[in-house]
Design a protein around this ligand. Structure first.
Ligand code: HEC
Length: 196
């Protein structure tokens, strides 16, 4: 999913906003990071689930969020899909000085910091319905509503590919509740409509 390219305004938190201009403490960043997928076309018709899974993961933009640095143009390829310490604000920093922030989780098979303990079904359910092993519904910042119609074959291929990744030990920060100040980096995706 070329998510960020569709979104005109991507903001990176530097510090806090001011009463007059809530975005005074933010920079606009140019995300150059939609992971390019050189093998994608060739892989599209593959019957090998891992190959097709990688193709789908690249096409659906999972690594854009779930790789350290990718959201701000500096992807850490050695931590491909191992979670992001750059968070994503899920409430509006234009209206709230301290928006809530979520961190894309580690999707590698590490048992402690990744999804190594999740069953295939639990991973598939999270991607298609948002309901996770933890029992809560993932915020739609994790764009599961857009993935809800993935076919059984495709979602199984995605899981097969995630299982094939090297396990990377990488803990990402816990969610920051709205109204709480944080020193963690985060971005905000927003589409803003004029009042006129
Ligand atoms: C726009 C950013 C974004 C994209 C694109 C994205 N995710 Fe996520 N994902 C998140 C965030 C943020 C969370 C944490 C949500 C929460 O805690 O409520 C998450 C959570 C998850 C989880 C739960 C892991 C856990 O430990 O709780 C899985 C599994 C997951 N994503 C898989 C995927 C897959 C597979 C794709 C691509 C098909 C994908 N995500 C694309 C942002 C994204």
């Amino acid at each position: 999913m070329k998510f960020a390219r569709l979104i005109p305004l991507l903001l990176l938190s530097a510090c806090t906003g001011t009463a007059t201009n809530p975005l005074a403490g933010y920079d606009t960043v140019q995300p150059t990071t939609m992971m390019s997928a050189p093998a994608a076309r060739r892989a599209a018709d593959s019957n090998d689930p891992e190959v097709r899974g990688r193709y789908l993961v690249e096409l659906l933009g999972c690594a854009t969020c779930h790789t350290d640095g990718a959201l701000v143009g500096e992807p850490r390829m050695d931590r491909w899909l191992a979670g992001s310490r750059t968070g994503i604000a899920y409430s509006n920093p234009l209206q709230q000085q301290n928006p809530g922030v979520l961190f894309p989780r580690n999707l590698t098979p590490d048992k402690a910091t990744g999804i190594g303990r999740w069953t295939d079904q639990e991973i598939m359910d999270l991607i298609r319905t948002g309901v996770g092993r933890h029992g809560r519904i993932a915020a739609p910042v994790m764009p599961w509503p857009a993935y809800s119609r993935l076919s059984n074959n495709d979602i199984s291929a995605i899981v097969a590919y995630l299982r094939s990744l090297p396990a990377v030990v990488h803990e990402v920060p816990d969610r920051v509740p709205a109204g709480t100040a944080t020193r963690e980096d985060y971005v905000h995706f927003g589409v803003y409509r004029s009042r006129r």
